[in-house]
Design a protein around this ligand. Structure first.
Ligand code: KIV
Length: 277
């Protein structure tokens, strides 16, 4: 089975078909997402927060990202697999190309994502030149959250919004095939979406983007340390898991588990022999 490619993604924008992206960091979740038919699976550096219990996404590096991307890759058959380039892994064009190649060659990713910083259009251009598809990420870029005043909505005044629009334009011109727009006013996301040929994928950027992405652990109710306003929680796996674990706990304590159905037994003849030894 062939994975979804850039042409498929670009043609969804032309056809007005929304693009669906979610994050995964391991084999079982990537398999579930892939089987659910979503278009893109992002091995996001949100790994730092939702899986590794770290405070900032910039606390993960290539070692962690490749380790988790490899696991996700083993499960993915049809979705496009995107590796999120961690902080400091794309400081210069040379370093960026080297690390983007690692995502493709070692972890089987089909594309990489980079977060905006001044001058990063040169980085995007170098990776694209190395024939690796790139997604740009503008608006709230969590790797630089501290410089942006925290995990806050970006582009709320005209000047700041104009800067984000310009960043999106530069990344499109650099050859990115898609843009993640995070935590910006819906009106600005709509303007970027209308004015670019490449699809926009929003997270906290309103309904007019060409697609949407969420951190899967947020959507499933697995990550509870903080809850951004833009997250819609579709189920409460935290409560479901606690219910199942509670049941296991009481069945072990009372001796109800394991029962005969979940145990192995020996042929009486063999048992007799060993007892006679
Ligand atoms: O790391 C991540 O999960 C992301 C998404 C929120 C877009 O960058």
């Amino acid at each position: 089975m062939q994975r979804i490619n850039i042409q498929n993604i670009l043609s969804k924008k032309k056809a007005g078909e929304k693009i669906v992206m979610l994050t995964a960091y391991d084999y079982p979740l990537a398999a579930i997402l892939d089987e659910s038919g979503i278009d893109m699976i992002l091995v996001g550096d949100s790994l730092a927060n939702v899986v590794l219990g770290l405070e900032f996404t910039k606390q993960v590096g290539m070692t962690e990202m490749l380790h988790h991307a490899k696991a996700a890759n083993r499960a993915v058959k049809r979705a496009m697999l995107v590796g999120d380039m961690p902080y400091n892994s794309y400081k210069t064009p040379t370093l960026a190309v080297k690390n983007a190649k690692r995502f493709v060659k070692e972890a089987g990713c089909n594309a990489v994502k980079i977060e905006w910083f001044p001058g990063c259009e040169k980085i995007a251009r170098a990776i694209v030149k190395a024939r690796i598809p790139v997604i740009g990420h503008v608006g709230l870029t969590p790797q630089r959250a501290q410089e942006l005043g925290g995990l806050k909505v970006q582009g709320k005044d005209a000047q700041a919004a104009a800067e984000i629009i310009q960043q999106a334009k530069l990344l499109e011109q650099a050859g990115c095939f898609s843009l993640v727009l995070e935590c910006i006013p819906s009106e600005i996301a709509a303007m970027i979406t209308q004015n670019s040929k490449i699809p926009t994928i929003g997270i906290g950027a309103g309904a007019d983007c060409d697609g949407q992405v969420l951190v899967t652990y947020d959507l499933l109710g697995l990550f509870t340390r903080f809850h951004p306003k833009f997250v819609k929680q579709y189920t409460d796996l935290n409560a479901e898991i606690k219910k199942a674990v509670g049941q296991f706990f009481s069945e072990v304590k009372t001796g109800k588990f394991p029962d005969a159905e979940h145990s192995f037994s020996m042929h009486p003849d063999e048992l007799g022999k060993i007892k006679g030894l």
